[in-house]
Design a protein around this ligand. Structure first.
Ligand code: NAI
Length: 337
């Protein structure tokens, strides 16, 4: 079956890592027709906007997109294209699996966490104003409907993926109403899933416990801001932003993207690590029901990492983006004995 998928190569290192990933999926024999669209800084030059209407139309039509990093220009009143995309398409769930991969240097051997972050409200609602000079009010919006929706997403994911426990993360001891509502909503949803253990942690204690022993947790459920911060902390537990995938999911639309940004400091040099976008593409393949291809690519990636000969610079090697991608493709073509 041919899958038609919107491809946003992004900017900075985006086009380089996107080309590497598209090449690997092609060599794995997955039948994909890519609909490539410009967004971000590249679209601004050509279309005068960072998020052209045709990008949204393409994603709405195809329901699935693979997205490279997008630069948010500083100043000029530009809001984040990433936040704009999530809002426009109601991608309410941000999913980040955080695994320890072989031969990627990190402090822990055993990390297998899944982070579910609410993606639409909290302090990201963008509601800020100056009350009087020198006094700013930033509004933290927490609703029962969004909190219940994301909690249900987490428990459904747990059930579908054999996860045993969901831990809600909050600061309800201080923000008794807002975070209290998030926690109460999670508790109510948890009661419908007696097969999944539910507990909760205050966000500061959670950060400390994750750093001490990440293997003590399974799935984390967080409102938007804590989710943003804690998921980067968790990326740091397994080797950094270059190795962690992500997905932004709505009721019927899914946008898969690496967690890292457009890395302007190394753009155009063919040295970026394509692994995070590749792992995001594997989440996409599983979403599309292409489990077999996803398993084969994952095995090839694990083999390349375990051999340790071909690694990009961020992983302590000297390989280029294309050399790393080619090494994975070669393993794909080598029959398993
Ligand atoms: P960044 O993630 O682009 O870079 C941080 C550091 O990590 C840099 O030293 C960079 O060279 C390195 N790095 C990132 N990805 C790498 C990779 N795949 N391989 C090797 N090294 C890698 O974060 P920064 O500099 O804060 O943001 C740059 C731009 O990216 C900004 O305009 C920001 O708005 C945007 N951004 C976009 C995101 C998205 O599209 N989802 C997420 C985060 C930032």
């Amino acid at each position: 079956m041919t899958h038609t998928i919107t491809l946003l190569p992004g900017d900075g290192i985006g086009p380089e890592v996107a080309a590497a990933v598209v090449g690997i999926l092609d060599r794995a024999g997955v039948d994909i027709e890519w609909e490539s669209c410009l967004a971000g800084a590249a679209a601004l030059e050509r279309h005068g906007t960072t998020l052209p209407a045709e990008v949204l139309a393409s994603i709405r039509r195809n329901k699935v997109a693979l997205k490279g990093p997008l630069t948010t220009p500083v100043g000029g009143g530009f809001t984040s294209v990433n936040v704009g995309l999530r809002k426009a398409l109601d991608l309410f769930a941000n999913l980040r699996p955080v695994w320890k991969l072989p031969s990627v240097r990190s402090r822990y051997e055993q990390v297998d966490l899944v982070i579910v972050r609410e993606n639409t409200e909290d302090l990201y609602a963008g509601l800020e104003h100056e009350i009087v000079p020198g006094v700013i009010e930033s509004l933290k919006i927490i609703t029962q409907s969004a909190s219940t929706r994301i909690a249900r997403f987490a428990f459904e994911y747990a059930r579908a993926n054999g996860r045993a426990r969901v831990t809600a993360v909050h600061k309800a001891n201080i923000m008794k109403l807002g975070d209290g509502l998030f926690l109460d909503s999670a508790r109510q949803v948890a009661a419908e899933y007696p097969d999944i253990t539910f507990d909760d942690r205050i966000v500061d204690a959670m950060c400390m416990q994750l750093v001490l022993d990440p293997s003590a947790f399974d799935m984390l459920l967080l409102p938007n801001l804590y989710g943003d911060i804690v998921s980067d902390l968790c990326a740091g537990l397994v080797g950094g932003l270059g190795v962690v995938p992500g997905a932004n999911l709505g009721d019927d639309i899914a946008v898969f993207e690496a967690v890292h940004g457009s890395a302007p400091d190394i753009a155009g040099r063919n040295i970026a690590n394509p692994m995070a976008l590749l792992l995001s593409a594997l989440l996409m393949l599983r979403h599309l029901g292409e489990e077999e291809a996803a398993d084969r690519i994952m095995l090839a990636l694990r083999q390349v990492l375990a051999e340790g000969r071909v690694r990009t610079r961020d992983l302590g090697g000297a390989a280029t983006t294309t050399e790393f991608a080619d090494a994975i493709s070669e393993h794909l073509l080598t029959p398993i004995s």
